[in-house]
Ligand binder design. Structure first.
Ligand SMILES: [Zn+2]
Length: 731
């Protein structure tokens, strides 16, 4: 993982941190909410509002586009609200119909039908999710604020429907006598558990309180994300004197000049809090005070005591989650969340975090000493501060490995890197990616590809959208506009997005990526493959535990840096020459460099996440004091800022809070991906049998079996932490 993470939004998974983003889960189809068009198709309330009626609203029509992709050009903002309302109404009607069936409950008339309900709404949320994360605006955000509580209420109405739950329970109670297939058995088990976890077994008073909590959480999560986007976009560092640009690579200067021009400040330079702008600035700009300014702006987002301050919001979120967990019979929100993950309990999560923390912190302290020495060497007499870390790290890197990022970028032209990811998928699974120019897109920067299997058959559609825009959230992620499932015997193939905030082309060079951006691109692509290769029967089986879902993504990062693969895609953008061996050797040699920092920064955020969610009392907190206590307890050194401070920890507080008590997932999955990749290293980087097994046992299976069972089928033994410690140079 590891890159600055992105926010959640859509359904499906997104991802990542560090430089990129993550898989997050937004409106999942899962909650069994969704599904099919039963007979009853209610008509929207015509004439109630000026919104366009069904006759002109694309959500009310069949899509005749190739592969049935969304007709983005025809979909207008005003179409969403009526479509959401219609989808919600239809789903209610569908679900009521299931609850009211006169015949005794069976798997087919209850579980299967329920799983298919909500198809209309699913189509709306799929499109809306793609836009609210990557191409949003004030109107869409207002719609998001309005619909979030409506969707939360719908979920509650379904899961708290007593007649419906009685039918589900009746089927569940006879599960051993039903001769179900493994898929059906898993779907039944998940459905039953979902309802229980949704409060179906509670008495009326507690049900009422649960509804109120869920409604409030839905509103608060949207508010948190809106505030963050607003504050991230609001800041800019305007530079007027050329000497303040000293140290920066040319392309960073050019990018800043173009940003200034776009902002109506020609002749100046503008830096922002978006990844391709702030991180190079902190790595290279010689002006220490300006580095301080931009980092402080970044780390104080939504912490200014103004109307975009998120502290009260997140404190309330944490308290409500604690209360909800207790109503449902769990000691804490973390216990509630982890029950569904591979980790199962907070103790197991903390055991892993602690196991990595001590060696990581010791390594980071050694790194800090190296940085102080470099400051001294350069004649500086000040204390190391957070705004110095990245800057002096680059100097040490250069001195020790003779490697600087700017030497690498020319070999990482965005299109070549993307083709490198395609190449790996071709070698492993026989896939091909055919660019399409006839599919509607939501922004002209988006590129679309038809994905074909080894035999030439259609597998799905991939949208790639790679540069920052003001309407896009930070980070990188993969989402699903449509998920794969089998409808009436027909395999519905998925429509998947890969979204990032990568460096833009400049006036005289194409988009050239940093190594971290390269890893992020491969990472999201791995999530994309997980969605594209899916071969599940029921939509409800698409849900993958949070701490397992990073395995398919993170394993792709290993191939990105293999010399054999680098030689194929990492070609100089001007000469076409493959990356030289000595540069590859330097990349390899520096692989564990700065890993103390990266690991500590990430783990601190994971501990902070856990602390917010193992609270046993539903009590609001002084956020600043709470955070400080959490970070002091683990002994975080002041020279390193936790990767996400609470007021902008979008993963755990924004949207649906898909990573709450789940930010640890990246390191958990890293144990898995390091071990899984070892299987390829042992048998061959592209060993066909290993690739076939990974595809068949992991990538195609979604959540159709327990994660550990899927893992064991592929690997045959339990994963170990040791290889991860070695890989990160912590041991
Ligand atoms: Zn991810």
């Amino acid at each position: 993982m590891e890159r600055p993470l992105p926010p959640p939004t859509t359904r499906g998974a997104r991802r990542r941190v560090g430089a990129g983003g993550t898989v997050e889960a937004p409106f999942m189809r899962s909650l069994l909410l969704v599904v099919t068009i039963l007979a009853v198709v209610s008509c929207p309330a015509l004439g109630q509002q000026p919104a366009p009626g069904p006759e002109s609203n694309p959500f009310f029509a069949e899509w005749t586009t190739p592969f049935g992709v969304p007709p983005y050009g025809q979909i207008k903002e005003e179409h969403f609200l009526p479509a959401f309302k219609e989808g919600i109404t239809r789903q209610r009607v569908e679900v009521e119909a299931i609850a009211d069936v006169a015949a005794p409950p069976t798997f087919a008339n209850t579980i299967e039908t329920l799983d298919r309900a909500g198809e209309f709404l699913d189509r709306v949320t799929g499109v809306f999710g793609s836009l609210i994360s990557a191409e949003t605006n004030d109107r869409l955000q207002a719609i998001n604020r309005e619909t979030a509580p409506m969707l939360a209420a719908l979920r509650d109405d379904i899961r708290l429907n007593e007649k419906l739950f009685a039918r589900i329970k009746a089927v569940y109670d006879q599960r051993d006598r039903l001769s179900l297939t493994p898929d059906q058995a898993k779907l039944l088990k998940d459905a039953y558990r979902d309802f229980v976890r949704g409060g179906a077994n509670l008495g009326p008073e507690k049900k009422e309180r649960l509804r109120a909590i869920n409604a409030e959480l839905a509103v608060l999560g949207v508010k948190f994300g809106d505030n963050l986007l607003k504050q991230t976009n609001a800041y800019r560092l305007v530079i007027e004197r050329k000497e303040d640009l000293a140290g920066l690579p040319d392309r960073a200067v050019e990018g800043a000049a173009e940003a200034a021009k776009a902002a109506g400040l020609p002749g100046k330079w503008v830096f922002t809090l978006q990844a391709p702008s702030i991180w190079p600035f902190l790595q290279f700009d010689d002006n220490r005070d300006l580095r301080r300014q931009i980092l402080v702006a970044y780390t104080s987002r939504c912490d200014h005591g103004d109307d975009a301050d998120n502290k009260a919001t997140l404190s309330r979120i944490a308290a409500l989650r604690a209360e909800r967990a207790q109503i449902l019979g769990y000691p804490t929100h973390a216990d509630f969340v982890l029950e569904e993950n591979m980790a199962k309990t907070p103790d197991k999560v903390l055991a892993l975090l602690n196991q990595v923390w001590s060696p990581a912190l010791a390594t980071a302290k050694r790194e800090a000493a190296d940085l102080r020495a470099m400051i001294k060497t350069e004649g500086g007499s000040f204390a190391l501060e957070p705004w110095d870390w990245r800057y002096y790290t680059e100097k040490v890197r250069k001195a020790r490995f003779d490697l600087d990022e700017q030497t690498l970028r020319p070999y990482f032209k965005l299109d070549n890197v993307r083709d490198g990811a395609f190449y790996v998928a071709k070698r492993l699974y026989g896939l091909t990616f055919v660019e399409r120019t006839d599919l509607p897109v939501y922004n002209p920067e988006v590129k679309t590809f038809e994905v074909k299997d080894a035999d030439g058959s259609h597998l799905g559609v991939l949208y790639m959208d790679f540069h920052p825009r003001p309407g896009k959230r930070g980070g990188a992620w993969s989402g699903r506009i449509r998920q794969q499932w089998i409808k009436d015997g027909k395999d519905i193939r998925p429509i998947v997005t890969n979204v990032g905030n990568f460096s833009r082309p400049t006036a005289d060079a194409p988009a050239l990526l940093s190594l971290e951006e390269v890893e992020t691109l491969f990472h999201e692509f791995g999530h994309g493959l997980h969605s594209l290769l899916s071969r599940i029967t029921y939509p409800g089986l698409a849900r993958v535990p949070r701490d397992f879902v990073e395995l398919p993504s993170q394993i792709m990062e290993h191939w990105a840096k293999e010399p054999e693969v680098l030689k194929v895609y990492a070609r100089h953008y001007k000469t076409g020459e493959p990356i030289p061996d000595d540069l590859i050797a330097k990349i390899k040699a520096s692989e564990t460099f700065d890993q103390g920092f990266a690991t500590v920064e990430y783990l601190a955020a994971s501990f902070l996440d856990m602390d917010w969610h193992v609270m046993r009392e539903a009590k609001e907190q002084d956020v600043t004091a709470f955070e400080k206590a959490s970070l002091d307890r683990i002994g975080l050194i002041p020279e390193i800022v936790v990767r996400y401070r609470s007021p902008y920890f979008q993963h755990i507080f924004g949207g649906g809070g898909g990573y709450s008590a789940g930010y640890y997932s990246y390191i958990w999955s890293e144990v898995l991906d390091t071990d899984a990749f070892q299987a390829f290293k042992d048998r061959g980087l592209f060993d066909p049998a290993t690739a076939k097994s990974f595809r068949a046992n992991i990538l195609e299976r979604g959540g159709s079996d327990e994660a550990m069972a899927l893992w064991m089928k592929f690997r045959g033994k339990e994963p170990s932490v040791e290889p991860l410690l070695v890989r990160r140079g912590l041991k």
